[in-house]
Design a protein. Structure first.
Lengths: 160, 533
């Protein structure tokens, strides 16, 4: 089976990387509420895409696949252990400056009151801009469940 | 110091705006593919440099630790993590020359650095191990300070991992490997030790060969009911071969439906030294030995007592619930979209409830738990098991259907209720034939002495925990009612411990053996390019 030309595949990968990196990272961040872990997970998701870049149909949207992979990576319990390994010794894993870091810590505290699904549903729909159907695919649930999660998340945040 | 929030928002919308702004500051890996290609290049480099490295590694082994000599005891050769930096997980395996058992608290291992290090020894760069002790496993992460360099294979580094408690009947898992890999598993408990048939070998060579295989495939050895060892060459036959010692080690599982697992063990001095994959069919003389040790299945002579049936069901449940995630084991597997649609149609359409996933399994075990023994043994009712969830996260509805062409459809409706959340509710539009809404059974003495005061969910001894990533749920007690084929309401309660995979928990109730496997460990990629034929 002929594969995509290497240079062409690289170019496609770069295009997807440019457009999908931020939403992928945001989803990982919403799910984990952990900045370094989200960077790590988003990178791994793209690493998987990279290894398959010459055999996939680039005409199809890649974001849904990346989000599903991201969710699965984020729920890998052993990954959490490895993450401890990396992060315990890499306190400066983020590129945030001190001001941004403080802003993030505020947000992290606020978002920690939500469940991972609630955070992710809220971010995917309100920040990333997915519709409920697409968010449901990413979260491996139903659009109705996404709506419920978003609703509960907003109520919870408003009560803070 | 604990961070004190200094929030700059007053509404969820403002918070989300702030979240969007901050998250947009995420650094992008630069260059974009810096991480991914390195793995690939490393793999290629390993392949290219393999031959030369074999010599290098061989020399290293000979110089630092002659074959058959245990790793140096005493100091673990690790350094405090506080004085190291850029630590990265490394992989390891049990030192094949060492013997460990349930009572061991020291684990001699051979560490291999994963990061590119120009094949330099990690000596002086290995940090104290991270060890997680659980009921059924000990998870070990070894870490090495990264120094960078080219990417040939790195040498194995012998060291000893000191445990704070004996291994016991737990597996040792290397979580520095991706995915985490089992490195050692306890042998079957006394009384079920595998029978070892040594063929034409003396006991020393025979058991040495078995030990080598055990180091390579600990789980398979632990699961074997018998192990057959014999020379690969049949008796009275001249064989042209390179190794003086060349034998087959066959792990024979108790389950006759599972194929025996053969290994080739070779040695240059008529002594077992190395395990390799066995290729091709087994020699006939070995097949005869395997057949001689295979245990005939026990044919039930009559219905067991209810208590025995219950015990059996509980054992099976225990077995299932000790698994961390059914999706990754022999449990049910999520089926593809087309089958999903067919099942939805079978179930009477999607209007009844939100069907978020469909699983395929067999109700054999469920029947053994809740039905009569005769039904279990005489019926081979393979069934589709459908799970409804979605809007009702606390109400999981299970329904089973026999497969097409099977005996008349037996529908069993279950309502399984995870208590502890007052928002639980029942769908309002059940399909015809479904019994009325969930009702608590009357308080009655339970034969197992479990709790019976179930008038209120809050009274149940339910523990539910989750961490930041949403996993590691733990349910201590669950109860449910179900309606048997006669329409009679039945009640059951069971206690779970150490459940780590909520999504698949319920499936463990019903699934005995997989009848249709659709492996889906990752989300499906978009299809192959149409012009790529």
């Amino acid at each position: 089976m002929p594969e995509l030309d290497s240079a062409d595949a690289d170019r496609r990968f770069d295009e997807v990387f440019q457009t999908c990196w931020l939403p992928t990272f945001r989803f990982a961040l919403a799910w984990t509420n952990d900045w370094p872990a989200a960077e790590d997970i988003a990178q791994d998701a793209f690493a998987r895409l990279w290894t398959r870049r010459q055999t996939i149909d680039w005409s199809k949207p890649m974001l849904p696949w990346l989000l599903q992979v991201t969710r699965r990576l984020a729920t890998d319990r052993f990954r959490r252990l490895r993450r401890v390994v990396r992060l315990a010794d890499s306190p400066a894993a983020t590129a945030l400056d001190s001001d941004a870091r403080l802003r993030w810590l505020d947000l992290q505290v606020a978002m920690s009151t939500l469940t991972p699904v609630q955070r992710s549903a809220l971010v995917l729909t309100a920040v990333v801009g997915l519709d409920y159907d697409s968010a449901a695919v990413a979260l491996d649930t139903t659009p109705g469940a996404v709506r419920a999660a978003v609703s509960r998340a907003r109520i919870s945040l408003a009560e803070q | 110091m604990r961070h004190r929030p200094s929030r700059s928002w007053s509404t969820p919308e403002e918070l989300l705006e702030e979240w969007a702004q901050v998250s947009a500051l995420a650094r992008r890996p630069a260059p974009a593919r810096a991480r991914a290609p390195r793995r690939i290049i490393a793999g290629a480099a390993v392949a290219v440099a393999a031959l030369s490295l074999i010599a290098v590694v061989a020399v290293a082994v000979i110089v630092t630790r002659p074959l058959g000599v245990a790793a140096p005891p005493g100091p673990t050769a690790t350094v405090s993590a506080s004085v190291l930096h850029d630590l990265r997980p490394a992989t390891w395996r049990i030192d094949p020359s060492a013997e460990i058992g349930p009572e061991s608290t020291s684990v001699p291992v051979l560490l291999t650095e994963r990061e590119c290090a120009s094949a330099q020894s990690p000596e002086g760069r290995v940090a104290e191990p991270l060890i997680e002790y659980t009921a059924d496993s000990i998870v070990i992460v070894l870490r090495v300070q990264m120094i960078g360099g080219d990417c040939p294979s790195n040498p194995e580094f012998p060291m000893t991992v000191e445990l704070s408690e004996p291994i016991g009947q737990r597996t040792l898992i290397d979580a520095g490997e991706d995915p985490p890999t089992e490195r050692w598993a306890p042998r079957a408990p006394t009384g079920t030790e595998p029978t070892i048939l040594c063929g034409r070998h003396d006991e020393d060579r025979c058991h040495r060969a078995v030990d080598l295989v055990a180091a390579e495939a600990p789980a398979a050895v632990a699961a074997a009911s018998a192990i057959v060892v014999d020379d690969a060459c049949a008796q009275y036959v001249l064989c042209d071969r390179f190794y003086p010692f060349m034998s087959v080690v066959v792990l024979v599982p108790a389950d006759r439906t599972v194929e025996p697992l053969p290994f080739l063990v070779v040695g240059t001095d008529y002594w077992p030294e190395e395990v390799r994959e066995w290729a091709g069919p087994l020699p006939e003389h070995v097949v005869e030995l395997v057949e001689s040790v295979r245990v005939e299945p026990t044919v039930p002579t009559g219905p067991p007592s209810p208590a025995a049936d219950r015990d059996r069901a509980r054992d099976r449940l225990t077995e299932l619930t000790q698994l961390t995630c059914f999706e990754e084991t022999e449990g049910a597997q999520q089926i593809d979209d087309s089958t999903h649609d067919r099942v939805v149609e079978l179930a009477g359409g999607a209007g009844w409830a939100n069907i978020d996933s469909v699983w395929v399994g067999e109700v054999r075990w469920a029947l053994s738990a809740f039905g009569s023994w005769e039904v279990l043994e005489e019926s081979d009712e393979s069934a589709l098991i459908v799970r409804w969830a979605g809007h009702y996260p606390q109400a999981l509805h299970l329904r089973t259907f026999t497969r097409a062409g099977r005996p008349p459809i037996t529908v069993k409706d279950y309502e399984l209720r995870v208590c502890g959340d007052p928002t639980w509710q029942t769908p309002s539009d059940p399909p015809s034939g479904t019994p009325p809404a969930f009702e608590r059974p009357p308080d009655a003495p339970h034969p197992d002495g479990l709790r019976t005061d179930l008038a209120d969910c809050s009274e149940l001894d339910v523990v539910r925990t989750s961490d930041d990533s949403g996993m590691s749920f733990e349910y201590k007690v669950m109860s449910f009612t179900y309606f048997d084929s006669d329409g009679d309401e039945q009640y059951a309660e069971v206690r779970f411990t150490d459940i780590a995979c909520q999504e698949h928990l319920v499936i463990g109730w019903l699934i005995g053996h997989l009848i249709e496997t659709v492996s889906e460990t990752e989300a499906p990629l978009p299809t192959q390019r149409p012009d790529s034929e």
